[in-house]
Design a protein around this ligand. Sequence first.
Ligand SMILES: Nc1nc2c(ncn2[C@@H]2O[C@H](COP(=O)(O)OP(=O)(O)OP(=O)(O)O)[C@@H](O)[C@H]2O)c(=O)[nH]1
Ligand SMILES: [Zn+2]
Length: 357
Amino acid sequence: MSSNRLPPALAALGWTERCSREFAALDLRGDAFAPARVVEQHRHHFVVHDGLETASVEMNPALLQSLRQQDDGLSVGDWVVLDRSSDPQRIAHCLPRSSLLVRGMADGSRQRIVANADCALLVMGLDGDYSPNRLERYLLTVRSAGLMPVVLLTKPDRCEDVDARIEEIQRLAGPATPVHALDPRHDDVPGRLAPYRSPGTTLVLLGSSGVGKSTCMNALLGVSVQKTQATREGDDTGKHTTTVRSLRQLPGGACLIDTPGLRELRLAGRESVEKDAFDDVAALAAQCRYSDCAHEREPGCAVVAGLPAERLASYRKLRDELTALARSPRQMAERKQQDKQVHQAQKRFRREHDKRR
Ligand SMILES: Nc1nc2c(ncn2[C@@H]2O[C@H](COP(=O)(O)OP(=O)(O)OP(=O)(O)O)[C@@H](O)[C@H]2O)c(=O)[nH]1
Ligand SMILES: [Zn+2]
């Protein structure tokens, strides 16, 4: 199916040619099956949108079980297939994803945040919320999930030297990552974010509570009604306004997922620290005297010699956190399980191959 023949109602929700291919590959017969996108996730049900209307639905038992077996589930942004032959209609399939943003939880499990997003708007306040280290963590998480990050520094009116902070964040994020400072209450948010919200793109707003995510969303939606509430004087956090993740269609054809403020962002364990957040380390490491240099006390370490002290400390912290995660019993068990699956698949393949000969 070429892009001009994508069903327009679905295309407005972010349906792509890749989705058409995945849907066709399921080879579902009859017209009882219809694609839809998960726009809200609740404890026991999902709200899905099929391009025309929304419906409140549950998964069918087979899908629920198969996802559970893979330690998986549905999240906002997922493309699913509704089975309309059952009463009530149920979600029967989940299409493979183009991206999945996850974070680690205290018990070692992972929480899915959003599926099939293309771009992450990382919102950070230039007030008490400002934390370059936290931003490094966000950058690492979203890049390793395959999303393009865009940094939005809000509350410039609460900061003495906005330019210095933009420069600091730009240095940390690298030249390829856009950094904007804006007051979403008054500035032209749709205009400033125009390059990232082309039709069919899915964006997700991420950041602490009270940094202005809902204000950005309202500005992008073009609604003047402010569901956001006045920040209390002397309180940088503001009032909590977002309670569930939800996907909304923006004027112009992109989709936006708003998320409740995350209190902390733990790594999930699948990130690659040099590749996804510290390409300066990767570049310097090539000049270390030893190829297996750990960038600690080795002689001739170009990373220790060349990286600013703060950046080095932050690199080591995230790297060590990932190493510890990789050694956690849960991840070791997961890897063993994966190895077993690969081994079984190889055995099956060899058996079938031998049979054919
Ligand atoms: N001074 C100032 N206040 C702002 C700015 N941007 C947003 N606010 C205010 O900060 C408060 C919180 O904004 P929200 O948009 O609700 O923040 P949020 O990130 O959606 O918060 P949660 O829903 O809790 O995650 C509101 O009172 C906004 O009007 C800004 O640039 N400067
Ligand atoms: Zn080194």
